[in-house]
Design a protein. Structure first.
Length: 236
């Protein structure tokens, strides 16, 4: 999909120069000539990047950026200004600007900075999606939703305790591998004492019972070492 840029610049000639050149680079650009129009446009349309002049009529760039940040915490914001004053830069970054360019600047540099911002936002989105995937597990005929502490099967849905969910998640992240008792106890209980070990045994028994509807899932004791979570349908 084409990257859509909100450009808010009150210098009409400069605004059209930036807009035309960015469009030649393959972007879709919406140009607004004051902060109020910029805010109204942003409120009604989805954008991928905001390029804002700081010195704007009706609603200055800092105020506009603050409003944008309240509505969207992720969208990259690049400030443009004729000033090179340290105070402007500090004010811009305090409201969540991702980058800052002082006029005059080259369109090539602006394009590069836009691409850097887009790479950062894509990385954040990928990391968020990966984190989500890593916390939803298919365990045989079960779905284990770790964030919601839910173990879902066609026959029943169970709500786990936090510790039960943490133990099961650790097993799901290490299928068909032997986990030593201390590798379970220390990250979840905070110690590997005798009493914590007995508590772990109780939790293992409960989890075995929860998984009773799928015979391909088994938690086996490895004597003197720990446990092995066997998901026989998963190849490692």
């Amino acid at each position: 999909m084409t990257t859509k840029i909100l450009l808010v610049e009150d210098d009409t000639n400069l605004g059209y120069v930036i807009k035309d050149n960015l469009e030649l680079s393959g972007y879709e650009v919406v140009l607004c000539e004051d902060g109020e129009i910029g805010w109204n446009t942003f409120s009604k349309t989805a954008f991928d990047v905001c390029v804002l002049d700081i010195m704007l009529p009706k609603k200055d760039g800092i105020s506009l950026a603050e409003a944008i940040r309240e509505k969207n915490h992720w969208i990259p914001i690049i400030f443009l200004t004729a000033k090179g004053m340290k105070e402007d830069k500090i004010a811009g970054f305090k409201v969540g600007a991702d980058d800052y360019m002082t006029k005059p600047f080259s369109i090539e540099e602006l394009t590069l900075r836009i691409e850097v911002c887009l790479k950062h936002i894509r990385k954040k989105e990928e990391d968020t999606q990966t984190k989500k995937i890593e916390n939803i597990f298919l365990v045989g005929t079960y779905q284990f939703d770790y964030p919601n502490l839910s173990l879902i099967h066609s026959k029943e849905t169970l709500v786990l305790t936090q510790k039960e969910a943490e133990v099961l998640r650790l097993f799901c992240l290490n299928p068909n591998k032997v986990l030593k008792r201390e590798e379970i106890l220390k990250p979840i209980w905070g110690n590997d004492s005798y009493f914590s070990g007995r508590s772990l045994d109780v939790f293992i028994s409960k989890i075995r019972k929860y998984l009773q509807y799928d015979t391909t899932i088994e938690i086996t004791n490895v004597h003197g070492v720990g446990f092995k979570f066997e998901n026989k349908n998963q190849i490692v």
